[in-house]
Write a protein that binds this ligand. Structure first.
Ligand SMILES: Cc1cc2nc3c(=O)[nH]c(=O)nc-3n(C[C@H](O)[C@H](O)[C@H](O)COP(=O)(O)OP(=O)(O)OC[C@H]3O[C@@H](n4cnc5c(N)ncnc54)[C@H](O)[C@@H]3O)c2cc1C
Length: 424
């Protein structure tokens, strides 16, 4: 099975045992893509008694973002809460925001119910204030409580410095129901449970072409064709032009992660809490303690094709800016992943035509959203539930304008970085 050289792949024994599809197959529902969106759809279907399900992945289960992300299960979308209200109004924004808190709860319940061993740390997530202006967090705390009914605890700067020993931050908010986990182990846990409950999963099975015009859909793969009444396309930033209406509406954007060597007690010189941590900038750092004494550190985005050669040093530089006391530590792993982005920065879910479902464009905030929307698509297919339309009908497959869109995305990123620097 081909997995990238990540800390997560290195620390997961067994990876996936699923075989490649070797013959033609007929099922009710064929899911393309074994990330959280596809896996949650598959599990949601079999949990509802809809057992005629096949899921294929071009590589291994969790090969894409879902097996290599920061492991933050937190609320919200890539579109910031203020933007969400601007787009759909206060009442609808509140409802859509709470899809993601429902997503966090769904993940928590599945980890517990199916005993998925994925190193979950339930302590919550800290959003640390990067800027000098101490009022930022208090304002945000009030805004989240008033607009979304989300209560976050405020930590004063001096109090924060006892557990997060950086002069960079000015206080923090705690998102209490959020948590962090080993993303690849969780993806494989979902896959294993879906398989136990009757779904057929295939790795190393790329969909090479889709025929979607008639009532029966055909998904071609190198060694067999799958006939299905419904297909669900969940290929994220790895879609690579497979299905034009989806490709036109999304952009692959890279983001990066590194993992340090095991630091043991030296890590306490930086922070002693078990929370996952990010900050208040648009292009924030995100990091968390790993169980074996390392730090996982992520940040930055790019539309560039190639992983920077000195990625480990770039990310280490970001870490040392926050924790100069860790000068001299080494990096053991560094990698990139392709997120899928839409022009409106919200997920795209729904039915492109009868029987062709999709879930994509979760951006950098996809752990909770993929899990809940995958389950909504499952409810739609198995039970005719149309709750997915609340999100899907508002955030459609609008064009990202191909290469122009990439230039626009890079420019937007740079603009926000500049704005954050000016604020600094
Ligand atoms: C480095 C990084 C850090 C991140 N950190 C966080 C975080 O901490 N918290 C958070 O909420 N979000 C985070 N995200 C975003 C989050 O991981 C994604 O939004 C989410 O995992 C997307 O899931 P997905 O199922 O849509 O796509 P993916 O997980 O990317 O899965 C798509 C799958 O489709 C398969 N595929 C593609 N083409 C084909 C084909 N033709 N045939 C068959 N299979 C195919 C791929 O092999 C892949 O496995 C991060 C992303 C990255 C890259």
């Amino acid at each position: 099975m081909s997995y990238p050289n990540t800390y997560y792949a290195e620390t997961t024994t067994g990876k996936d045992d699923f075989q490649a599809l070797a013959e033609n197959l007929e099922v009710d529902t064929c899911i393309i893509g074994g990330g959280y969106a596809g896996l949650s759809t598959a599990l949601g279907l079999v949990e509802r008694g809809h057992k005629s399900v096949a899921l294929i992945d071009a590589e291994g289960i969790g090969f894409g973002c879902s097996g290599r992300n920061g492991g933050f299960a937190f609320g919200g979308y890539s579109l910031h809460e203020h933007g969400l209200i601007k787009s759909v109004g206060k009442e609808k924004a509140r409802e859509l925001y709470h899809y993601t808190t429902e997503g966090i709860e769904l993940i928590r319940q599945r980890i517990k119910k199916y005993k998925i061993d994925c190193e979950a740390v339930w302590d919550g997530v800290l959003m640390c204030n990067w800027f000098k202006d101490e009022s930022i967090l208090k304002k945000h705390q009030r805004f989240m409580a008033d607009s979304f009914g989300v209560e976050q605890d405020y930590i004063e700067p001096e109090q924060l410095r006892e557990i997060v020993k950086s002069d960079q931050y000015n206080g923090a908010l705690v998102e209490k129901n959020a948590f962090h986990f080993h993303p690849l182990k969780y993806a494989l846990g979902l896959a294993s449970e879906a398989s136990k409950q009757g779904a057929q999963l295939f790795s190393n099975t790329p969909a090479t072409r889709i025929e979607a015009d008639g009532p029966t859909k055909l998904v071609h793969t190198p060694n067999g064709t799958i006939k299905a009444r419904q297909i669900v396309i969940c290929c994220g930033g790895y879609l690579n032009g497979l299905y034009k209406p989806l490709a036109r509406a999304s952009l692959p954007i890279a983001t990066y992660v590194m993992v340090t060597e095991p630091l043991g007690e030296q890590r306490d010189e930086a922070f002693t809490c078990q929370h996952a941590i990010y900050d208040t900038r648009f292009a924030f750092d995100y990091y968390r303690p790993l169980l074996d004494g390392r730090i996982m550190w992520g940040g930055r985005v790019s539309v560039g094709l190639n992983q920077p050669e000195n990625l480990d040093q770039i990310l280490l530089g970001d870490l040392l800016k926050v924790y100069p006391q860790l000068e001299g530590i080494k990096v053991d792993f560094a990698w990139q992943g392709w997120m899928s982005w839409s022009a409106h920065r919200m997920p795209q879910i729904g039915q492109e035509r009868p029987g062709v479902w999709f879930g994509q464009a979760y951006g950098g905030h996809g752990v909770a959203a993929t899990n809940i929307t995958g389950d909504m698509i499952a409810a739609a297919i198995a039970e005719g539930d149309d709750r997915y339309r609340n999100l899907g009908d508002r955030f459609r497959l609008t064009s990202t304008f191909g290469p122009l869109g990439k230039i626009g995305a890079e420019a937007t990123y740079r603009y926000y970085m500049l704005r954050d620097r000016m604020k600094e």
